[in-house]
Design a protein around this ligand. Structure first.
Ligand code: ZN
Length: 422
């Protein structure tokens, strides 16, 4: 069961080089499973026993299942579709010394820069093109080794092993080709999308790592790949929804975009996407605004974003007592300043779910002299104020293009999500 889920996760990540592709993959899966697609710009007529999904910006998705009976609470799992990477700028080509073409990129989110260097990369994202007088979106992925950011030789930087301060504009522009490659990049992208270069009126294109995921370790207990943060949680939440029986709550699988840049977009946790969707579910079932607020008061949210395992080489970076370990279960995150929403009540609810699902859990708190990261929960709660617990799956190397997690933990979260969505 563990290995099978880990392989399915790697397959999902492999097909999801960007948030757009992750949402496309999930949409395909939900359609296959008989979920009906709703559009934000048309009316929703919902039925008891119905299963639906809706997307926003093609980079965030909410799928939900309405019980047959008159149940009035939402059970929500929220995760995110984006990961730190590099975005390709407008007019992307730069000719270097008239002999090389490199691409002009900027940072998206807070990545560890070094591991992006010296590994094969490519480009994926979405285009907006004019076809038959209409503006339409096209996903694009160049499915071959196309780019690489070469490091500077140690002979030209003798202090390289004492640490490098990367300047994106100077140090991290990927090499695309020799001088013959001049003026071909956007044509290559257009060809990959099956459109003409002139028809491309807009693009959101990102670098992605070509290094395939791996399952490794003495007992094959570890899984490594890009984008484990947060597709490991998004995938587990999706599987949990598909396996759950949805009798005791309106089950909501919510994957938001732009977490890595603060969530303040039309499709991020600070947006109205979740609130609008919950409200429309309520209205679509013929219920009043007061009934909506009453339903929220009975609801619960699991904010699922990956967590830090204690690092074998840096024990001193962890809290002296709370040491999450890969393959030892779901991590409940605590922070007194409410960067994490977990409190006594929401922790108790979540531990109870884990116990019912027979799934192990552990606890994470930052060292008291170290600021932690931020996540979705305390941002989405400003829009949808339901009791929320912050959790994640333990991993190493967060925000590297090659992160590491435990093979067992995906299956643990699927089991807990299924229990939550029962
Ligand atoms: Zn994350």
């Amino acid at each position: 069961m563990y290995r099978e889920n880990a392989e399915k996760l790697l397959d999902f990540i492999q097909k999801s080089p960007t948030a757009f592709h992750a949402v496309e993959e999930m949409s395909l899966r939900f359609r296959q499973e008989g979920f009906e697609e709703l559009k934000e710009n048309t009316p929703w007529n919902l039925k008891k026993g119905g299963r639906y999904f809706v997307t926003r910006n093609h980079s965030a998705l909410i799928a939900f299942s309405v019980p047959e009976t008159d149940v009035r609470k939402f059970h929500i799992i929220a995760s995110h579709s984006d990961s730190p990477t590099f975005k390709i700028k407008e007019n992307p080509e730069i000719l270097s010394d008239n002999v090389y073409v490199k691409l002009n990129v900027e940072k998206y989110g807070g990545m560890i820069c070094a591991p992006w260097v010296d590994r094969p990369l490519s480009v994926a994202g979405r285009l907006v093109v004019k076809e038959n007088g209409n503006l339409i979106e096209k996903l694009v992925r160049i499915d071959r080794d196309l780019l690489l950011i070469p490091s500077l030789a140690i002979h030209m930087n003798r202090s390289v092993n004492e640490g490098v301060a990367y300047n994106v504009q100077k140090d991290l522009l990927p090499l695309y080709g020799g001088e013959e490659a001049k003026d071909t990049f956007m044509k290559l992208v257009a060809d990959a999308a099956g459109v003409t270069e002139e028809d491309i009126l807009g693009h959101d294109l990102f670098l992605y790592s070509r290094t395939p995921g791996a399952i490794w370790g003495a007992e094959e207990e570890f899984i490594s790949s890009g984008r484990l943060d947060d597709l490991q949680c998004a995938f587990s939440s999706m599987e949990g929804l598909l396996e759950g029986t949805h009798k005791e709550s309106i089950a909501v699988h919510c994957v938001l975009d732009n977490e890595e840049v603060g969530s303040g977009s039309r499709q991020g946790a600070a947006s109205t996407f979740l609130k609008d969707t919950l409200w429309r579910i309520n209205a679509g079932l013929g219920r009043s605004y007061e009934e909506y607020l009453m339903t929220l008061a009975e609801s619960f949210c699991i904010s699922a974003d990956n967590a830090h395992s204690v690092h074998p080489n840096y024990l001193d970076k962890a809290d002296p007592v709370n040491h999450p370990v890969m393959n030892k279960g779901i991590v409940i995150k605590y922070n007194a300043d409410q960067k994490y929403c977990t409190d006594a009540f929401s922790a108790a609810v979540f531990k109870d779910i884990c116990k019912d699902a027979d799934v192990p859990f552990q606890t994470f708190v930052n060292r008291s002299d170290m600021a932690g990261g931020s996540t979705l929960g305390n941002i989405s709660i400003t829009q949808v104020a339901v009791p929320t617990v912050d959790i994640g799956l333990p991993q190493l190397g967060m925000h590297s293009p090659y992160e590491t997690a435990g093979v067992k933990d995906t299956a643990y979260f699927i089991k807990a999500a299924k229990e939550f969505f029962r």
